[in-house]
Design a binder for this molecule. Structure first.
Ligand code: 5MM
Length: 336
């Protein structure tokens, strides 16, 4: 596998106005979302949901790549096609989440370190054999009283860089996802300060471990006030704080930044991405794209409710959101 292959895949994932679809919820997360709607929390229901997504008419017009979970990459459509093959068939590059979850960080109450490095080389080889061309790993950073600690930022940055180096060795483009959570009552300024520090440390580790910046993508949080903050800043303020933070920390060699949505509403996530692409496009050296899960899937899941009779309407709700975010990449988004 050559460096050029990694570079080509990374560029393709953020080319034009398409974005990524995160459908890599672990069983626990997927079941939690199903439970709120009374959908059975079974492997069969999770497969049905992922089939609805993968076979949504027109999905490939706005989505360049989809991130799968271990269970999902092993599942097939009703027609017997592995999901990775079904995605490829509509021009969507299959990817895979390879971390095994955020676990409590010893000696640091309220903080986590993401695990999954043991045996990763072998797992990456298996996933590449199943058709995955990129991978994803999420480190989680909480803001709170005295949080995050330096230890938490450091171990998560280190693990992200070790994962990224292993991915590139296996020929898979790493999507590096350091997420600063929006839980809590902190201000926009505090989120900006923490996100800047986290991205700075992450890129220092990526450099230390020899990761090819041209052959990776960054999946960060937007810079947002905490969900419980008294002041909820405007779309314009969020866009400006986010772009300023990225300009200070993300090297121009990285081909693209694809945001997570993190619990924002579908509409706000699109509006904020749109504003960044309208006002700051000429200042940004990387493509500014999306890699949303909830902000794309939730309206569709609400419409589906686990009922086969709702599949078509749910698929339309899904593609409505992927197209909205496609428009936001061009700075053309308007909520209907
Ligand atoms: C932050 O989560 C990622 C983006 O999703 P949102 O747009 O909803 O924030 C997402 O890819 C996440 O990593 C997966 O949903 C997997 O989560 P778990 O916690 O189940 O591994």
């Amino acid at each position: 596998m050559t460096a050029q292959t990694l570079i080509d895949t990374a560029r393709t994932l953020v080319a034009g106005d398409k974005g990524l679809l995160a459908m890599d919820e672990s069983n626990a997360t997927c079941n939690k979302r199903f439970a709120t709607l009374g959908i059975p929390q079974t492997e069969a229901a999770r497969r049905d949901w992922r089939e609805l997504i993968v076979t949504a008419p027109g999905l490939g017009d706005s989505i360049s790549g989809a991130i799968l979970f271990d269970e999902t990459i092993r599942q097939k459509t009703n027609a017997g096609k592995p999901f990775a093959k079904a995605l490829e068939g509509v021009g969507i590059i299959p990817g895979i989440k390879v971390d095994t979850g955020a676990k409590p960080l010893a000696g640091h109450p309220g903080e986590t370190v993401t695990e999954g490095l043991d045996g990763l080389r072998e797992r990456l080889a298996e996933y590449a054999g199943m058709g995955a061309r990129f991978a994803k790993w999420r480190g989680v950073i909480a803001i709170g009283d005295g949080l995050p600690t330096r230890a938490c930022v450091r171990v998560n940055a280190h693990a992200l860089a070790r994962y990224a180096a292993l991915c590139q060795e296996a020929g898979l483009v790493p999507i590096v996802e350091p997420e600063v959570l929006m839980d809590g009552g902190h201000s926009l300024a505090r989120c900006a300060e923490v996100t800047e520090e986290v991205l700075h440390k992450t890129f220092a580790e990526l450099r230390a471990q020899g990761v090819l910046l041209e052959g990776m993508l960054l999946k960060p949080n937007m810079v947002l006030p905490g969900q419980k903050a008294a002041v909820q800043d405007s779309v314009e303020a969020v866009a400006e704080a986010t772009v300023n933070c990225l300009l200070r920390t993300v090297p121009a060699a990285v081909p693209g930044v694809a945001f997570l949505s993190g619990g924002q509403s579908a509409q706000l996530a699109s509006a904020r991405l749109n504003e960044m692409n309208i006002r700051f496009k000429s200042r940004m050296p990387w493509a500014l794209a999306f890699s949303f899960s909830r902000a794309v899937q939730q309206p569709a899941l609400d419409a589906w409710k686990g009922d086969a009779a709702n599949v078509s309407v749910a698929q339309q709700a899904l593609v409505l959101r992927t197209r909205a975010n496609q428009a936001a990449r061009r700075g053309d988004y308007k909520e209907a």
